[in-house]
Design a binder for this molecule. Structure first.
Ligand SMILES: C[S@@+](CC[C@H](N)C(=O)[O-])C[C@H]1O[C@@H](n2cnc3c(N)ncnc32)[C@H](O)[C@@H]1O
Length: 297
């Protein structure tokens, strides 16, 4: 850790470069940054490089204020002794950016290729889809709308299918948002009109996902590095823009678990800047940009 990890000029050590922030505010020193980074690594496998110093400083300054603390040394002591604050810190340092129909080519592929396959599978058994690292639910509700289609009628095959969408995230507040399925008018802008008219209802100034869409979704808090509760194979997994926060070992472990969980022929969608890096890649066939299919045998 270099001096660059010391944020805010206030009471920084002589020679420490200033990182943007109000003069006299709390200083994030190198030792405190290292302690915070170590907790993120052990609890969520999120890798924080020194380049994230300003981000850590700004996200955690609010938590310091909430606890009436004026310096990071005491905040780190608090986090080390209070599991609840430790969990709150991990959540505060997650990045929850998402939007409806993000990376539209995934949903083009999903509609054209995965949905017909799922339709077939639904005839003989359950169908399971997972949005892993779902944030506030735009991803899982996009998947739900792609399954429901553009007309206002639930398709016949879906009515009789045992089909469930699981949405999970480490951050409880976004899981709560996923369950509520309420989004501002600005948030729903990327949703094509036909889908919006079919599967969203006005909710004051906002929109709420229609009951038919919400009924498909179960949202749960889950740290991806904890044991998973699923007892059956999954047909489709979306884990997009989540693995970028992990180190290579964590990515490889997670990929292997996803591939193990997938049914033969199942699909894995990952984020636009991600790629499979571990041995699990050998068990998957690339079938589009950041889209993989598990070998059928
Ligand atoms: C940038 S969002 C991606 C949301 C959505 N998948 C998308 O692509 O639009 C990343 C999400 O991963 C979650 N996350 C980060 N580390 C996690 C972990 N160890 N276990 C579960 N979720 C995690 C964060 O809380 C955040 O909501």
């Amino acid at each position: 850790m270099t001096q660059a990890a010391t944020a805010r000029a206030g009471s920084a050590a002589p020679g420490d470069p200033a990182v943007p922030g109000a003069p006299g505010g709390p200083v994030l020193g190198a030792a405190e940054f290292s302690a915070i980074a170590a907790i993120m690594q052990s609890d969520a496998r999120i890798h924080l490089s020194e380049a994230k110093t300003t981000l850590v400083h700004s996200r955690l300054s609010r938590r310091l204020r909430e606890h009436g603390l004026t310096d990071f040394r005491n905040y780190v002591r608090l986090v080390q002794s209070d599991p609840q604050e430790r969990a709150a810190m991990v959540v505060a340092l997650t990045t929850n950016h998402t939007h409806f129909f993000r990376e539209a080519h995934h949903f083009d592929h999903f509609r054209a290729t995965a949905v017909p396959w799922l339709q077939q599978r639904a005839r003989s058994g359950p169908v399971r889809i997972w949005s892993a690292g779902c944030s506030s639910g735009e991803e899982v509700h996009t998947i739900a709308m792609c399954l429901l289609g553009e007309s206002r009628q639930v398709p016949g095959w879906l009515r009789s299918a045992d089909l469930r969408l699981l949405a999970t995230d480490i951050a409880p507040h976004v899981v709560e948002s996923t369950s509520r399925g309420i989004y501002s008018a600005t948030t729903v802008e990327p949703v094509p009109t036909a889908y919006r008219e079919a599967w969203m209802r006005r909710f004051g100034a906002d929109y709420q996902m229609a009951d038919e869409a919400r009924a498909l979704v179960t949202a749960k808090v889950l740290n991806l590095f904890d044991p998973w509760p699923m007892r059956q194979r999954y047909d489709v997994i979306f884990c997009r823009n989540v693995m970028i926060y992990f180190d290579d070992q964590a990515k490889a472990e997670l990929e292997a678990r996803f591939v193990d969980l997938l049914a033969p022929g199942g699909y894995l969608y990952i984020g636009h800047s991600e790629r499979l890096i571990g041995p699990a890649a050998a068990r998957m066939r690339a079938c589009g940009h950041t889209i993989y299919q598990k070998e059928a045998t």
